[in-house]
Design a protein around this ligand. Structure first.
Ligand SMILES: [Cu+2]
Length: 356
């Protein structure tokens, strides 16, 4: 998926050459694994956080890491039960150049989860990126891992829920205008868009479990779901359509799950890129016996940091009826000496132009 390429950054470092000099493949493999895991131990940092760090802002902080509530009476039956809301929120880049509306996740405080470090504190909503969910897989059987339950609540605005293509103008290239004409959005061509390959249903969402083994059936990794915002009229709920909220419930994580760092994001066709690049994405950590072994090697001194590199890509809206609402301007250029002028949209990218 394209958004995956744009969004996720994995850091992996091969120690193959170093260890091969020492010989002993089995040992080398072990060493390599430790290093890879130590370096890969999940990471999330928003561009904002990096920029703040550069400007002497607050130190790096992880997204809140949520774990199942301990269940002393039945340690084999741990359930991480969360309510995740999607809302339209104000967002300003760290350098202050872009004020925008983005779609973002919120976690609702409830008794169905706890912070993984056991400390209680307020939830820093909105969460961009989303919260980290930490689950432990089973060790011996099919039903002894943690369970994950989630109520996904769509509180995005009701507008923009249609299944027509969003009308867009192509602001990516300059157009010719007469010297007496104004340079504005109307001068740019409307791009013909045909279903299904177009942006549509901006505020319809769903939830995709990326990277681990989850059934594609309804109430699990069911990416064919259309979850409409609360209050949407004229939608008849059925297997593929829900209004307001949807209840997810995964099978317990079996021993055959891959331990590691995975992620989640909306996967509603037509609005996935928009929602992911607004910041709706986060991490799933699946732990298991390998983590136990790894910790034993470091006698408890191993620190596990989650860092996510998340691009808040407002320029996705570049392909829209109107150009980006801040950091951009229409520029008319009549300097060529010909009878026509050029009109283009310039964008100020706070971290440099993506095209170099
Ligand atoms: Cu994905």
């Amino acid at each position: 998926m394209t958004e995956d390429k744009q969004w996720s950054l994995r850091i992996s470092r091969s120690r193959r050459r170093d260890v091969s000099l020492r010989g002993g493949w089995e040992c080398a493999s072990l060493v390599r694994r430790v290093w890879r895991i130590a370096l890969l131990l999940t990471m999330v940092v928003s561009v904002t956080t990096l920029a703040q760090a550069q400007q002497g802002g607050p130190p790096f902080t992880e997204p809140p890491r949520l774990c199942p509530k301990d269940n002393p009476n039945n340690p084999q039956n741990r359930v991480l039960d969360v309510t995740l809301e999607t809302k339209l929120v104000d967002y300003t880049r760290a350098d202050g150049t872009k004020k925008m509306k983005v779609r973002a996740y919120h976690i609702v405080d409830s008794s169905g989860w706890q912070y993984c470090d056991g400390q209680q504190r307020p939830i820093p909503n909105p969460l961009i990126p989303g919260p980290t969910f930490e689950l432990r897989k089973g060790t011996s059987g099919k039903m002894d891992g943690d369970k994950f339950k989630m109520t996904l609540v769509n509180k995005l605005p009701v507008d923009g829920v249609g299944h027509e293509c969003n009308p867009i103008r192509d602001f990516s290239r300059s157009v010719n205008v007469q010297p007496h004409e104004e340079c504005n959005a109307d001068k740019f061509p409307l791009v013909p868009m045909t279903m299904p390959a177009c942006f549509h249903g901006d505020n319809i969402t769903n939830f995709h479990f990326h990277g681990f083994h989850v059934s594609p059936q309804p109430h699990q990794d069911f990416v064919l779901l259309n979850l409409y915002p609360e209050g949407t009229p004229h939608v008849t709920p059925d297997d593929y359509h829900a209004v307001g909220s949807y209840q997810y419930e995964l099978d317990p994580l079996s021993y055959s799950q891959p331990e590691g760092t995975h992620w989640y994001h909306p996967h509603k066709h037509g609005s996935t890129a928009l929602q992911v690049l607004n910041g709706m994405a986060g991490v799933f950590l699946l732990t298991g016996p390998f983590d136990d072994w790894l910790n034993s090697q470091y006698t408890g001194s191993l620190e596990d940091k989650v860092l996510v590199v998340q691009q808040i890509f407002h320029e996705t809206n570049f392909f829209s009826r109107i150009p980006p609402d801040s950091g951009s301007q229409f520029v008319k250029d009549c300097s060529s000496g010909s009878s026509t002028c050029t009109c283009k949209v310039t964008i100020t990218f706070p971290f440099g132009s993506p095209t170099g």
